[in-house]
Design a protein around this ligand. Structure first.
Ligand code: URA
Length: 239
């Protein structure tokens, strides 16, 4: 017997967190009965339906690494009819992005139908490193740089960059390019960190995610992950 949310995540339908939301919202039934208890145990013979659709528990897992272009949204559909990152991947499997990049952010995005791996990568306790290149308005002064390195309070929780490197300053245009590494994944976190010290982010790219980068992919291109890479990602789970 396994917990219902784990079986849903393992089926590749969605991440474990999203599965929990669906259960609480009363959208999941087991053998025809709506279940809203998060701890409910099921076995692999039970028929699980989400919004009336039976989930297939034997879907092969797929893993993609995309160099996300600007102006693509990280949800599965959009009421404003904006283009979705999933539409860039040639598959008939129901995959979804691991975490989010903003509509105007470019760079490395993983997509999968492996809810268990998505859960490991997004869980704060696993400290998965993400490296961003941010172009900011203005030039950071020594005090601001110190503040940034010491950690910035966002909504009452401090975000500590792993490191911050100044890559380039354009004194004429009054902009600066900064490399910043962070382990947490709150929405808009990089933009919020810089806003908190008075600098707007004009451009943002995610260059690295754990040991993965997008150096060999042009904008909009993607590749599948190797089995070795998937295993290394699984190994990021804290013991
Ligand atoms: N931080 C942001 O502000 N935006 C992103 O897209 C990713 C991290």
């Amino acid at each position: 017997m396994e917990r219902l949310q784990k079986v849903i995540a393992n089926s590749g339908y969605t991440s474990r967190r999203k599965a929990e939301e669906l259960i609480i919202q009363g959208k999941v039934s087991v053998n025809g009965e709506i279940v809203t208890e998060l701890g409910t145990k099921v076995n692999y013979e039970d028929i699980i339906e989400i919004n009336g659709e039976v989930i297939n528990k034997d879907v092969p897992k797929e893993y993609y690494l995309l160099n996300k272009p600007r102006n693509y949204i990280c949800s599965l559909s959009d009421e404003k009819q904006r283009k979705t990152v999933v539409s860039l991947i040639d598959t008939t499997t129901r995959i979804y992005p691991v975490g989010r990049l903003d509509y105007d952010t470019t760079g490395l995005l993983l997509l999968t139908n492996d809810g268990e791996l998505a859960n490991i990568l997004m869980h704060p306790s696993n400290n998965v490193e993400k490296v961003y290149i941010a172009k900011i308005e203005g030039i950071l002064n020594i005090e601001e740089l110190k503040k940034l390195k010491a950690g910035i309070m966002i909504d009452g929780v401090k975000c500590y960059p792993k490191y911050v490197k100044i890559k380039n300053k354009d004194i004429d245009k009054n902009t600066e390019i900064i490399e910043i590494s962070i382990v947490e994944g709150r929405n808009h976190i990089v933009k919020r960190i810089f806003e908190a010290i008075g600098h707007a982010v004009i451009k943002l790219k995610r260059e690295r995610y754990a040991f993965l980068d997008v150096k060999d992919l042009s904008s909009g291109e993607y590749r599948t992950l190797s089995i070795k890479e998937v295993k290394r990602l699984y190994n990021l789970k804290s013991k």
